[in-house]
Design a protein around this ligand. Structure first.
Ligand code: NAD
Ligand code: UGA
Length: 482
């Protein structure tokens, strides 16, 4: 099939950037990204490219070149489905918050709605592509829904999971480590796989395009995220041991990573991983394993989440302990709210959980993030508290003690402690001694990303993740910190 018209349902962090890059690299194909969220579509169509709904380095340049040429954003879902030969489903698949599998399974409501709409609207044959991250064997369910079409349309369902990371999405899409395409080993299945491969071949070298059966593709996506998150939990678990023993996690991480069999990436100790996917996808994996009676396997992966929760709690508790055991009525500053640098996304950010603990302990929280807006920050906290059934009064009381600043200076003035939660580059360039002069004394900095350089010249006490408090000759200097 010569594909000339693509539709993508879901104009979020995946649908927007992936389709923008396909449109850029394949000017011969019309790409329409649709969403039910009018506000989001309006933002994608905004004349001011700084108003795009997603902040990603390099994204606005791509949108500027392709939008209006062969890239379109619309809320007319039916029309885009009808016109397309190939439909990507890039809708959200959150953790279920109700019913069977609550708290673990993926909520497939949005995926099923898409499939139903495709079945209803389609008059011609379509290749339907799972771009969302889905449990193994979801394609089976999608096929069943699509079979409700009464117009004799043939649907081929492919799995083409997305591996981009936020903050580097455009770079990742330009130079993917691999593109994975899972399809049925039938004549029409192979033709559909070939059609999708030919699109990626416009810029991805052939040897990086991997074709597999559908179930392998679906599982590989969950497994990739689980393995990445497992590395972070592994290094974070060791960071706790370093703090007790006099070892330094940065040195340990470097030593481990220099083994080429292990590699150095994803071994950066932190306040804990965040983001919309790692936790959700591991919980989904745990649910699947339990579903198939593989309880030991489920428990193995669940431990990755447990260590992550432990790390977030540990960081918050270090702040409380470091402030003489109480933060009650003390100004404490959180630097960063996004779950990592170079994104405005704060879904499941460690900052939310650290803030929650500090507010619970009575802190006056002051927050600065270069990209995340105050409304988002308050919404993140409100969502957490509403899920815990906290009363409106309680929520209002805590939100009042949660002040968001437009710059770091006012956020840090007269603060008892600064806690770095996101590794934004601008935090690395701060003049920390000047900042410390304006903080309550003794000023304390809790570095949840290990970005503040170690030096003896500081006028404040620095506490890093995985850096020891144990006094011995090799780390006496660090003992001067906290
Ligand atoms: P998102 O919430 O940013 O975007 C999803 C969009 O789908 C929303 O704008 C929503 O309005 C829209 N939508 C939902 N149902 C719809 C429907 N029936 N019709 C039209 N629009 C509909 O989500 P995301 O971060 O882009 O993630 C999408 C999927 O991709 C998830 O399965 C996620 O696990 C996976 N994924 C995400 C990332 C990432 O970095 N965010 C990376 C790889 C994979
Ligand atoms: C992750 C994967 O890296 C992508 O391949 C995948 O497509 C995506 O999930 C997804 O399915 O959504 P993302 O969550 O955007 O991408 O960002 P990462 O760079 O993986 O970071 C995730 C979290 O781990 C962040 O909070 C980050 O700060 C933290 N992290 C990362 C560490 O704490 N230490 C590290 O060494 C690396």
């Amino acid at each position: 099939m010569n594909v000339t018209n693509i539709c993508c349902i879901g104009a979020g962090y995946v649908g927007g950037p992936t389709m923008a890059v396909i449109a850029l690299k394949c000017p011969q194909i019309k790409v329409t990204v649709v969403d039910v969220n009018q506000q989001r579509i309006d933002a994608w169509n905004s004349a001011d490219l700084d108003q795009l709904p997603i902040y990603e380095p390099g994204l606005k340049e791509v949108v500027e070149e392709a939008r209006g040429r062969n890239l379109f954003f619309s809320t007319n879902v039916d029309k885009a489905i009808d016109e397309a030969q190939m439909i990507f489903m890039a809708v959200n698949t959150p953790t279920k918050s109700y019913g069977e599998g609550k708290g673990f399974a993926a909520d497939l409501t949005f995926v099923e709605k898409c499939a139903r709409q495709i079945a209803e609207v389609s008059n011609t044959d379509k290749i339907v592509i799972e771009k969302s991250t889905l449990p193994v064997r979801t394609a089976e369910k999608i096929k069943e829904v699509l079979s409700s079409n009464t117009k004799g349309v043939n649907f081929e369902v492919l799995s083409n999971p997305e591996f981009l990371a936020e903050g580097t999405a455009i770079q990742d899409l330009f130079k993917s480590d691999r593109v994975l395409v899972g399809g049925d080993n039938t004549e029409s299945g192979n033709a559909a796989v070939a059609a999708l491969v030919s699109i990626y071949s416009n810029w991805i070298p052939q040897e990086k395009i991997l074709t597999t059966n559908v179930w392998s593709s679906e599982l590989s996506k969950l497994a990739s995220n689980a393995m990445l998150a497992q590395r972070i939990s592994s290094i974070n678990s060791l960071s706790a041991l370093c703090e007790e023993t006099g070892a330094d996690i940065e040195e340990v991480s470097k030593a481990i990573g220099m083994d080429s069999r292990i590699g150095s990436k994803f071994l950066k100790a932190s306040v804990g991983f965040g983001g919309s996917c790692f936790q959700k996808d591991i919980l989904n994996l745990v649910y699947l394993c339990r579903h198939y009676g593989l309880d030991e396997v489920a428990e193995y992966w669940y431990q990755v989440i447990k260590i992550n929760n432990y790390q977030k709690n540990r960081f918050a508790k270090k702040i409380i302990t470091g402030l003489n055991g109480t933060v009650n009525q003390k100004k404490v500053t959180l630097l960063g709210w996004a779950f990592k640098k170079d994104t405005n996304d704060s879904r499941e950010s460690a900052a939310i959980y650290v803030a929650d603990i500090l507010l619970e302990e009575g802190a006056e929280l002051h927050i600065y993030d270069p990209m995340v807006k105050a409304t988002r920050i308050h919404q993140d906290l409100t969502t957490l508290w509403e899920a815990r059934n906290e009363s409106k009064d309680e929520i209002a009381y805590k939100l009042k003690r949660c002040i968001v600043h437009q710059n770091h200076t006012t956020a840090l003035d007269s603060s008892f402690a600064a806690a770095i939660v996101t590794e934004w580059d601008e935090f690395k360039s701060y003049d920390w001694n000047t900042i410390a002069d304006n903080m309550m004394q003794p000023a304390k900095v809790f570095d949840g990303r290990n970005i503040v350089k170690d030096t003896e010249e500081y006028k404040f006490k620095l506490k890093k993740v995985g850096s020891s408090n144990v006094k011995n000759s090799s780390n006496e200097r660090k003992e001067k910190a906290i």
